[in-house]
Each structure stands twice: as C-alpha cells, then as structure tokens.
Design a protein around this ligand. Sequence first.
Ligand code: HEM
Length: 255
Amino acid sequence: MSTSVERFDDKARGAFDQIGDNQVYVGELLRHRVYTRFLHWMVAIFFFLALFSGFGIYLPWLFRWFTPVFGGGAVARALHPWFGIGFAVFFGLQTLNWLAPMTWTAADSRWMRNLKSMIAGKEKLEPPDTHFFNAGQKLQFWEIILGTIVLLITGIIMWSGAHSLGRLTVAVSYILHDIFALIMLFGIFIHLYLSTIGQPGTFQGMIRGAVSEKWAWTFHPAWFQEVTGRDAREAVEQARRDTAASGSSPKLPMV
Ligand code: HEM
C-alpha cells in the first residue's frame, strides 16, 4: 500500500512530465524525470543565491564587489534568509522525492569498505550491487539534510533576534551557522567535480534526464540490471567483444 508521500510524489512526477520533456535516445536510460530535475535546479539556484548573499554578509570587506548584484549590502542581508528558506523548501521536497533510493542498505556498507581500492583506481567499475545512488552520494544527501536543518534553525534564531532565548543561544547560532555553511560549501565542491569531470556523462542526466547504458553499467551496475534485465559485467564483456570485432579502440568500461 502506498503512503501519502509516495502518492504526492507520483502525482508531482506525472504532472511535471506533462509540462517538460524526458529525452532518451537509443542506448540510453531514463535517470531523472522532469520533477526531480526541476527540484534539483531550484535547490541549486537558491543554494548559490543564499551562499553568495551570505558571503557578502560574512566577509563584507572581501565580497563587497558582488553585493551590488543583489541591490547592495542591506538588500543582500534582507534577502539572504528568504533565499535560505527557498533552498530548504525545495530541498525538503527533493528529500521526499528521493527518500526511497537514498535509504542506506547493506550494499552501501560494503561500498564504504571498498572505497580505498576504488580511490586507488584498482577497480574501474563500481561494485556490482551499487544501485541508483552509491553510498557516497547517500552520505552527502544526509549531510545536506543535517546541514539544512541546522542552518534553518540557527538562521531563524539569528533572524528573529530571539532575545528571549538568551545571548549565548544567539552567539552559538552564529558559530554553527558559519561552520555548517562552510561544510556544505566544501561538500558542493566535491559534488560539482564528481557530477561533471569526475564521472563524465553524469551531468546530462540532470539536463535532459538520460544517461548512456555504458554510464549506468559503469557507475550503477545494480540499477542497470534492474532497468534492463541484463547483467552489468556481461554487458561490459559484450561491449568489449563488439568493440574488438569492429576494430575500433576500446574505451570501455568507462563512458
Ligand atoms: C551547478 C551546480 C550543480 C551541478 C552541476 C549538479 C549536478 C548534479 C548531477 C548531474 C546529479 C545527478 C547525479 C546522478 O545521477 O547520479 C546531481 C545529483 C544531486 N545533487 Fe547536484 N548539482 C549541482 C548543485 C547542487 C546543489 C547546490 C545541491 C544541494 C545543496 C545538490 C544536491 C544534489 C544531490 C543531493 C544529488 C543526489 C546525490 C548525488 O548525486 O550526489 N546539487 N547533481
């Protein structure tokens, strides 16, 4: 029986598919539907608006040059909390949308144990039981949820002045707000790298919704198997044989 959250997400996915397009060509798989992409880019827009307006408040002597983009320092200060709330609302909806594929499994614990040899480049393919998201992506997702909660609570305390909560609470809120903003910023640098140059072919999944089958069997073999019914390792071997037969230089298993 589906829950009210699942029903809400299904309805939203259906409604957004009526408005936008999922472009999937031969040899590709649908990865992110219109609703997911819409939420992701709204999250990204509000995140960077909050980040840059926040920089103007945090380090005005360094970032004074771009506060005019927001209409000046005072306007940036007034808009910053609203950008933060926009970010939290869209990320909240994305959390509901991604709750199922972001749930931690035994395969994720194995992935973490295998991380060292992955980083050392000993293994080109992700472990065969890596599903829609890998453990690293899940960790970052939960880190963003924690960060968003802390930033939201501390932000509201600072915004309202919350004098009734005492000076110490406000002072601690300032420190936590800055620390978590920096943690999120650091995490986003890693995210940006991995979703573009680090794992080529990932970015198009968030633009037009589709990824190549090669990408899927390389980075998410268990998901590849679920949607195609084919074994990822067998698909790689088949592609190798086809490449050898055609006489072209093998670029496999990477995309
Ligand atoms: C312009 C900057 C950004 C780019 C280019 C980008 C790109 C992407 C791409 C391509 C994916 C799909 C990954 C996959 O299918 O496996 C993705 C997923 C995701 N994005 Fe972004 N993103 C950006 C900004 C952000 C921001 C600001 C946040 C939140 C603060 C965010 C949170 C996420 C999360 C939680 C996921 C799912 C898990 C993951 O792949 O790490 N992204 N992003």
